[in-house]
Design a protein around this ligand. Structure first.
Ligand code: SF4
Length: 424
């Protein structure tokens, strides 16, 4: 295990609200509808961050808690209002599942969405599930953790005598999911299913003969909930990048009593070969990662494996146990800031002058204006990057701004402004 120096600064998490996870989950879970029980702020966030056009018929909406509702503040009131809205949704969209999405305002005034969901499930004959996705504590990818926990509460129990099978946990694009399933079939691994299932009416059964593995590093609450149901949870690297993907499949093979085949080493070598030019470009590059999506550790590992050096690393949330396999591959003595003080961090990064800074949208322009090439971290969330086949997409995301930075520096387009602070 690498010795990671973790500094917890307990500052505000600088990133999107966890409601952002609805952007990929409403597409992934077919027939679902996400009803956000929140404020005008939540609604504005969803409209502006997701930029979804009304004609694309997004399957999410916001039930807005007004000030007058706060005054009423009774369980009956919330129940009646949500009953009316869910009734409209059922008539108009006929969803297979409705998520009552808890937000900061709903949490603060203690709307009992759990209880209301149970009553509406009975009334409308389909699951109406409470999903705690408030932005109070969590970063945007962790919203998925809340939704998956809600799904777990309705996933059936394993029948006695069920064979030992693998459960993949985490939403990835359908294409990536199919590729992973194909690879597991080639390796002869019996697969129970995927959480979230594309069809929420066919959730995988859960029990002591389930062996779960996370596809994303931000699902610690779901993995703990699985453990409580007797599931064996594998500690594997997140399958992002050629080496991590090989190790991910090797760990699964071993868990199922199989010797990992040499083919995995070949697939890793082929993936490295495909990204040879990007790897060459990144050798010796100094990279800062200002985290906001919890993919920071897998990305840092990949960058090291590509020959780059991490000069600054932070994450909004660090769970040493859940991230142990990714931590183990980091170089010794690396410092990780958890919830860093953003101003102090920006000053460090400006002084360090890295060749590339991976950061959220809000910091990218101030860094660019100081001659520091950046990459929006959100691209790692919305691009297929898992598995052997997507190593090229992943490497390109990282290499493109370095290439652009080199070109701009050659042409003298960057102006080195050594102003000490990033504007608020
Ligand atoms: S859930 Fe909280 S953080 Fe997210 S948009 Fe609503 S009020 Fe803001």
């Amino acid at each position: 295990m690498a010795s990671l120096n973790v500094i917890r600064e307990a500052s505000c998490a600088e990133g999107f609200c966890s409601l952002g996870c609805i952007a990929w989950l409403y597409r992934k879970i077919r027939g679902s509808f996400f009803l956000i029980v929140g404020s005008h702020t939540c609604q504005y966030f969803m409209q502006s961050a997701l930029s979804v056009m009304i004609f694309s018929e997004p399957r999410f909406a916001t039930a807005i808690i007004e000030e007058s509702d706060l005054a009423a503040k009774t369980a009956d009131f919330a129940h009646l209002e949500l009953d009316r809205i869910v009734g409209d949704i059922v008539r108009e969209y006929n969803p297979t599942i409705v998520f009552l999405v808890g937000t900061c305002p709903a949490e603060i005034i203690k709307v009992d969405l759990q209880n209301i969901g149970e009553m509406l499930t009975q009334k409308y004959g389909r699951p109406v599930m409470f999903a705690p996705v408030s932005g109070l504590e969590h970063t945007f990818t962790q919203g998925e953790d809340g939704v998956l926990q809600a799904l777990l509460t309705i996933s059936p129990e394993e029948a006695p005598g069920t064979a030992r099978e693998l459960l993949l946990v985490g939403a990835v694009g359908d294409l990536v999911e199919d590729e992973i399933l194909e690879q597991l079939a080639e390796l002869g691994i019996p697969v129970r299913g995927v959480l979230p299932a594309r069809d929420p009416r066919r959730l995988p059964a859960i029990g002591p003969n389930t062996v779960a593995v996370a596809l994303q590093p931000y699902l610690s609450m779901t993995m703990n909930a699985l453990k409580r149901r007797g599931v064996e949870v594998l500690a594997c690297r997140t399958p992002i990048g050629p080496a991590a993907t090989r190790q991910f499949y090797e760990a699964i093979c071993r868990a199922f009593g199989k010797e990992p085949p040499d083919r995995l080493v070949e697939l890793e070598a082929e993936a490295w070969e495909r990204i040879g030019p990007e790897r060459e470009m990144l050798i010796g590059k100094r990279i800062a990662i200002i985290g906001d999506n919890l993919l920071e550790l897998p990305i840092a590992n990949l960058l090291y494996e590509m020959g780059a050096e991490i000069v600054e690393l932070s994450t909004p949330y660090f769970n040493r146990k859940a991230m142990a396999a990714d931590v183990a591959c980091l170089p010794d003595g690396l410092t990780l800031y958890e919830k860093p003080d953003v101003i102090a961090q920006a000053e460090r990064v400006i002084a360090l002058k890295p060749d590339l800074t991976i950061c959220g949208l809000g910091l990218a322009n101030p860094f660019e204006s100081r001659g520091l090439p950046t990459k929006w971290s959100i691209e790692f969330t919305f691009t297929p990057i898992h598995g052997f086949k997507h190593a090229k997409d992943l490497a390109e995301i990282i290499a493109r701004p370095v290439r652009r930075g080199n070109l701009m520096a050659q042409r003298g387009w960057y102006v080195d402004q050594s102003a000490p602070r990033v504007p608020a």
